[in-house]
Write a protein that binds this ligand. Structure first.
Ligand SMILES: Cc1ncc(C[n+]2csc(CCOP(=O)(O)OP(=O)(O)O)c2C)c(N)n1
Ligand SMILES: [Mg+2]
Length: 386
């Protein structure tokens, strides 16, 4: 049975302001739209929640470092660098014509992939959008096999036939990046159904963009997951744009996270530049899913520092906007916190980045020296129409 959760909009807040109230009372487990959250803060109005409220949307404050082991914090830091240096190399190699096909990088968004994937267990499943390398590297996939795939070499993850938008590693539960926007959402729902039927205790997580929430697959996937209480986690990488279309102009109702209410599932919005916030949200969602509870929609507000794809001729976004977000680099942010809390010294952080650089350099050497696929294998492993 679907639960109804009250929605707090900016209008509700403004009504309270006009009535001269400084408290907005609500019964149940409310959804607060981002605009309402901002308005609450702006007018200094407190939300008083009656009932068993557990989740309140709006950008959460960052969890304290004390909630995480230093091993995990350093793993987060090095995973983000692993993604960053790999994708920076991809960007250069693509421009040099050494990487073929498409390449979409998620430089700037590393905290989303990292926080989410590190909150999963090794047997869980994940799918990624067309912006594949980040979420796939974050689950521990091998950079050399990834790079060889991007080069179209026979040693790549899909023997050179998939490229960056179809990277997959089934042994790690990575069910693939996908060139079809939104497709990974229903694939994850299917994996979650399989886990539920097998009573395996596994969960399935789908990464997708803000553009995907307007696809039918988003609604189908969330609906079936809600109706059948599937152990699924839907992570929206809201990087504010689908190619050049701004999410705020394309999202009916104005809020992605509010759509969770339509399916009676918890919805959480987190600061996607804060790896700790993403981790905490996914961890809570995974625990709920494993315990047989509802699936969860998590909207991570983030930004891609590069254009839509590496071959993009024009980027229509404002330079000031890009600069504002570059100042919110998730890696620098975590590094600064680790230094301030004396959890790590600068030399340790530098060594983790250096290790990622060496792994990336070895991955390029592997890809460069790998053979091309043999022409007679061109149709092997490919689904052909009858
Ligand atoms: C079903 C479908 N429609 C359109 C496209 C073309 N397309 C590729 S990426 C993209 C934008 C997706 O934006 P978003 O979901 O926000 O992901 P982002 O690129 O921002 O990570 C579009 C429209 C596609 N690949 N698949
Ligand atoms: Mg997007």
């Amino acid at each position: 049975m679907l639960r109804t959760r009250p929605l707090i909009t900016e209008k509700d807040v403004l009504q309270a302001v006009h009535a001269g109230r400084d408290v907005l009372e609500v019964t149940g487990d409310p959804i607060v739209t981002p605009a309402a959250g901002a308005s609450l803060r702006e007018h200094g109005i407190r939300l008083a929640v009656r009932g068993d409220a557990t989740l309140v949307e709006g950008e959460s404050s960052s969890p304290s470092l004390g909630n995480f082991s230093s091993t995990l914090l350093l793993e987060m830091y090095s995973t983000m660098w692993r993604i960053r240096v790999f994708e920076e190399a991809v960007s250069v190699l693509f421009r040099e014509g050494r990487i073929i096909g498409f390449a979409h990088v998620s430089i700037g968004q590393e905290a989303v992939a990292t926080g989410a994937c590190l909150a999963l267990g090794p047997k869980d499943y994940s799918t990624a959008s067309h912006r594949g390398p980040g979420p796939i590297a974050a689950r521990g996939a091998r950079l050399d096999l990834m790079m060889a795939e991007l080069y179209g070499k026979a040693t790549g993850y899909c023997r050179g036939k998939g490229g960056s938008v179809h990277l997959a590693d089934f042994e790690r539960g990575i069910l693939g990046a996908n060139g079809i926007v939104g497709a990974g959402i229903v694939i994850a729902a299917g994996a979650a159904l399989s886990a539920k039927m097998r009573k395996s205790g596994e969960v399935a997580l789908a990464f997708f963009g803000d553009g995907a929430v307007n696809q039918g697959a988003f609604h189908e996937g969330l609906n079936i997951a809600a109706v059948w209480k599937l152990p699924a986690i839907f992570v929206c990488e809201n990087n504010q744009y689908a190619v050049s279309m701004a999410a705020e102009q394309a999202t009916g109702g104005g809020s992605i996270v509010a759509r969770a209410a339509a399916y009676g599932m918890p919805g959480v919005q987190v600061d996607g530049q804060d790896v700790l916030a993403v981790y905490a949200a996914v961890r809570a969602a995974a625990e709920r899913a494993r315990a047989g509870g509802d699936p969860t929609l998590i909207e991570c507000r983030t930004y891609r520092f590069h254009g839509h794809w590496e071959g993009e001729a024009t980027d229509l976004r404002r330079r000031e906007e890009i600069a504002e977000w570059e100042a919110r680099c998730p890696i620098i942010r975590l590094g600064t916190r680790l230094l301030e809390a004396k959890i790590a010294r600068q030399e340790q952080l530098d060594a983790l980045r250096q290790k990622a650089l060496e792994e990336m350099a070895a991955a390029i050497r592997f890809a460069e020296s790998s053979p091309e696929p043999a022409p007679q294998e061109a149709l092997e492993g490919v689904l052909l129409p009858l």
